[in-house]
Design a protein around this ligand. Structure first.
Ligand code: TRP
Ligand code: SF4
Length: 327
C-alpha cells in the first residue's frame, strides 16, 4: 500500500474550512492508503515562538477534532512531530544539501514576509520551514501528500531536495506527489474566506445555537436587497455550504433562489439545520474525547511509537548513504 503523510500546525479548535479543506479528505484516504497524520508542533514554533502559547494544549484540542471528524487511530498513525526526534535529525542533514536560494525564492516565504510585517519572521527556522517539511514527508518515504494549493511550493522543494539527495548519495527516497482535493470555498460569517485569524469561523465544536446564529449572520447575494428579487446563488456566500453539506438539493436551491420562491432567511435556516445534523455524530465523538483526554494522549503516544519505528529505520539508511554510520 502506498503511504500518505500530512500534517497540520496545532492551532487549537478546527473550523468548517479546515474540515472541508483537509480533514474530510484525510478520513477518506484512510481506506486506500497507509496514512500518517502529524501535528506539526515544531512548524508552529517557526512563527509563534514569541507568542507564549501552550502548544501541548493546542495539539490536544486539534487532535480531538481530528478524532471527532473520523481520523481513526486503528487505521492511521496519529502522532506529534516533536516526539519523533528523527525529523529534526533528518532536517539537519537535508539543510546541508539545500541551497539558500531555493528557500529565499519560496513564494510562501516571500508572501509571509510581505504580508505579516507585524510578525518577527527573521529567524532561521522560518526560512528553513520547507526543509523540515521535506524531512516530515520523506522520513516515512511517503509517496502521496494531501495538501492545499498553498502548500504546493513546499512540496516542490521537497521533490527538489529528494532529487538532490538521491543524486549525491544514491536512491534512498521516493519523490512524493501532492493530492489536491477539489475543495469548494468555505466563507466565514463576514463573507471573507473562513479563517481563525479573521474571527469569522464556524467551529466543529460550536453548539447548535452558535451554528444557527452564525449562519444567520452570513452574507448572501448582496444583489438581492428585497425578498421578491431573484437571487444569484453563485454570488452568495451561503450557497457553497449547500454544495458541501446538502448536495442532494443543490438544483432545487438554484431554482428556488433564481425565481425568488425562497427567501434568504428561510434558505439559511434550512442549511444551518442540515449542518447541525451533519455535525451531530462528529460532535458526539468530540464530547467523548473531551471527557477522555487520557485516551487522546495514549493515542498520540502509541502513534509516535509507530512513527518512530519507521523513522529510525529510514535514518539508518540515511546514515549509511552519507557514510556517517560508525557502528
Ligand atoms: N506546512 C503545512 C501547513 O501549514 C503543515 C505541514 C508540516 C505539513 N509538515 C507537513 C503538511 C508535511 C504536509 C506534509 O499546512
Ligand atoms: Fe443564497 Fe439561498 Fe439567499 Fe439564494 S436564497 S441568495 S442561495 S441564501
Amino acid at each position: 500500500m502506498e503511504r500518505v503523510l500530512s500534517g497540520m500546525r496545532p492551532t487549537g479548535y478546527l473550523h468548517l474550512g479546515n474540515y472541508v479543506g483537509a480533514l474530510r479528505q484525510w478520513v477518506q484516504l484512510q481506506d486506500s492508503y497507509e496514512c500518517f497524520y502529524m501535528v506539526a508542533d515544531l512548524h508552529a514554533m517557526t512563527t509563534e515562538f514569541d507568542q507564549n502559547i501552550d502548544l501541548k494544549e493546542l495539539t490536544i484540542e486539534m487532535v480531538i477534532d481530528w478524532l471527532a471528524a473520523g481520523v481513526d487511530p486503528n487505521k492511521s498513525v496519529i502522532f506529534v512531530q516533536s516526539t519523533v526526534p528523527e525529523h529534526s535529525e533528518l532536517f539537519t542533514i537535508l539543510s546541508m544539501i539545500t541551497p539558500l536560494g531555493w528557500l529565499e525564492r519560496n513564494p510562501t516565504y516571500k508572501d509571509a514576509k510581505e504580508n505579516m510585517k507585524d510578525k518577527d519572521l527573521s529567524n532561521v527556522g522560518f526560512l528553513s520551514y520547507p526543509v523540515l517539511q521535506a524531512a516530515d514527508i520523506i522520513i516515512y518515504k511517503a509517496t502521496k501528500v494531501p495538501v492545499g494549493k498553498d502548500q504546493l511550493p513546499h512540496l516542490e522543494i521537497t521533490r527538489e531536495i529528494v532529487r538532490r539527495f538521491n543524486y549525491l548519495f544514491g536512491e534512498v527516497f521516493p519523490e512524493p506527489q501532492a493530492i489536491l482535493g477539489e475543495v469548494p470555498h468555505v466563507y466565514g460569517v463576514d463573507g471573507r474566506k473562513m479563517s481563525k485569524s479573521y474571527n469569522n469561523a464556524i467551529y466543529i465544536k460550536d453548539s447548535k445555537e452558535e451554528i444557527l446564529k452564525k449562519v444567520k449572520m452570513m452574507v448572501t447575494d448582496v444583489g438581492r436587497p428585497r425578498r421578491s428579487d431573484p437571487g444569484h446563488p453563485d454570488d452568495c456566500k451561503v450557497f457553497p455550504l449547500y454544495k458541501i453539506f446538502y448536495p442532494e438539493i443543490v438544483d432545487t436551491v438554484v431554482e428556488e433562489c433564481t425565481s425568488a420562491k425562497i427567501g434568504c432567511i428561510e434558505c439559511k435556516d434550512r442549511i444551518a439545520k442540515k449542518l447541525i445534523e451533519y455535525l451531530e455524530p462528529i460532535k458526539e465523538r468530540r464530547d467523548y474525547y473531551e471527557k477522555h483526554r487520557d485516551e487522546v494522549i495514549d493515542i498520540l503516544r502509541e502513534g509516535s511509537k509507530k512513527a518512530r519505528e519507521v523513522a529510525s529505520k529510514t535514518m539508518e539508511e540515511v546514515r549509511n548513504a552519507i557514510k556517517i554510520k560508525y557502528w
